[in-house]
Design a protein. Structure first.
Length: 463
């Protein structure tokens, strides 16, 4: 059965904005002060630009369903393709729960001030996260033709929320000035917490590759993808810097909550300029944005186990599609079940904000592994005299590959430094090192042990 080509250029631009520009990571970054603005600029130049080059080049050379899985497989071999796709998928098992937690932290503002304490209620948080995730699974099983509208609404909500946030920041700045000084943009004496935020920034800038994971569901991808990547990348980069600056102007870095910092900032600025009524509709728009983020990453990453199931490195039933809706419904359901299990597990004995940060940090490490393969693939293709000509020149591929791979390695290493919300350093490091080893070891098990029990099938003949 063939997947349906339902994603056009504007769908992709909306997908990129909602997938790349995630307001939920801005508070945890802005909490480290003005120095993070420089980290944004460095990351945009040395990581985000090379990422766009890599996505366009590799999608041009290797079109089809699977994205990071397919690219690493074609360039480096089957195991590397599986490991790349596996890390991409398992990272999203942890990232999607952080999106659910953030949704709960923001949506309570829609209900009014008397309900804001619910964001720290573990039972309510887990239950609300489960309901939202179940809804997103159902909509994406019905099909990307339906699920994409959640992404599109999320993109609209993201733009409205960002414009509101930045607009209020500009008004407050011209009316009252700011307490942010030049010293806030210098590297602090103890840069430990800032180091962690660099990994989170690189993580926040991923997402341009997401559409290529659904390559067989894009209308005329060779024509549609390059322009959508360019527009989505420019918009996302500008929005990130503007949102971080606005948050620093509006709220002291010591008072920023990683789950509610954006709404805190809007509430604070709205009260100062006399438009307090705007908080509830802003929270609603931001909630739509977060739901779109969850839908985009759930739908995209579920295509990885779908393709791996077709290749017989994961159970074959993960490669099935719904007989009516033609969507990979087993992969979507498995993703949701594991994500909610991780939310419940990490909620035991830890606060909601610490749970959020632990899941986010491990997600950073696993998410960046496929990017090592992406950038290494650029270098290998550029240095291979027998490789066919692609979209960009070899000089561009070498610059992008070298810059991207160095930045990615740095981002992975710095994610092991704890953020401010972490209360126990030994437990955090155990979670990070143990979690990384566990998921990579599990990938090796499925490939070398489980995969040998099956007869590999040609993916292309089944999609």
């Amino acid at each position: 059965m063939h997947l349906k080509r339902v994603l056009g250029r504007w769908d992709l631009i909306a997908l990129f904005v909602v997938a790349v520009f995630n307001l939920n990571v801005v508070p945890s970054i802005a909490a480290n002060g003005g120095v993070t603005v420089w980290l944004w600029l460095v990351s945009l130049l040395l990581f985000f630009w090379p990422q766009g080059i890599a996505v366009i080049e590799l999608a041009h050379r290797y079109p089809g369903e699977g994205g990071v899985y397919l690219w690493a497989k074609e360039v480096f071999g089957d195991f590397h393709g599986f490991l790349s796709g596996w890390c991409y998928w398992t990272n999203n098992m942890m990232y999607v729960p952080t999106v659910m937690l953030y949704f709960v932290g923001v949506s309570v503002f829609v209900l009014g001030p008397s309900h804001q304490s619910l964001a720290e209620n573990k039972v309510f948080t887990v239950a609300a996260s489960f309901i939202l995730l179940a809804l997103l699974v159902v909509l994406n099983i019905v099909g990307l033709g339906v699920g994409k509208w959640i992404n599109n609404l999320g993109g609209i909500g993201t733009m409205i929320a960002a414009i509101t946030l930045v607009g209020l920041g500009v008004i407050v700045y011209f009316r009252f000035g700011t307490t942010v000084a030049a010293a806030d943009f210098r590297i602090p004496a103890n840069p430990r917490f800032v180091l962690n935020s660099f990994g989170v920034i690189c993580f926040g800038l991923v997402g341009l590759e997401l559409a290529s994971v659904m390559g067989d569901e894009i209308q005329d991808p060779k024509r549609t993808l390059p322009g959508a990547v360019a527009w989505g990348g420019v918009l996302s980069g500008l929005l990130y810097i503007a949102a971080t600056l606005t948050l620093l102007i509006a709220v002291s870095k010591n008072d920023i909550s990683v789950l509610q910092g954006i709404v805190q900032a809007v509430s604070h600025m709205a009260d100062r300029v006399g438009v307090g009524w705007v908080v509830a509709p802003f929270a609603l728009m931001l909630s739509l944005s977060i739901a779109g983020i969850g839908s985009a990453w759930l739908a995209g990453s579920a295509r990885i186990p779908f393709v791996a199931g077709l290749d017989s490195y994961l159970p074959a039933w993960l490669g099935k599609v719904h007989p009516r809706y033609l969507t990979p419904y087993p992969a979507l359901i498995v993703h949701a079940v594991i994500s909610m299990s991780l939310v419940a597990l990490n909620s035991i004995g830890a606060g909601v904000q610490e749970t959020f940060q632990k899941l986010l940090s491990l997600a950073v490490v696993l998410q960046l592994v496929p990017f090592l393969y992406m950038f290494a693939a650029l270098l290998k293709l550029a240095l291979d005299p027998t490789a066919r000509k692609g979209h960009y020149s070899n000089r561009v591929l070498i610059l992008a590959g070298a810059s991207g791979i160095v930045t990615t390695i740095l981002g992975i290493a710095l994610a092991f430094f704890p953020a401010q919300q972490i209360t126990s350093l030994p437990l955090y490091e155990f979670w990070m090192f143990g979690g990384t080893a566990f998921f990579i070891g599990l990938a090796a098990f499925f490939f070398y042990v489980y995969g040998r029990r099956k007869v590999p099938q040609e993916t292309a003949s089944r999609i």
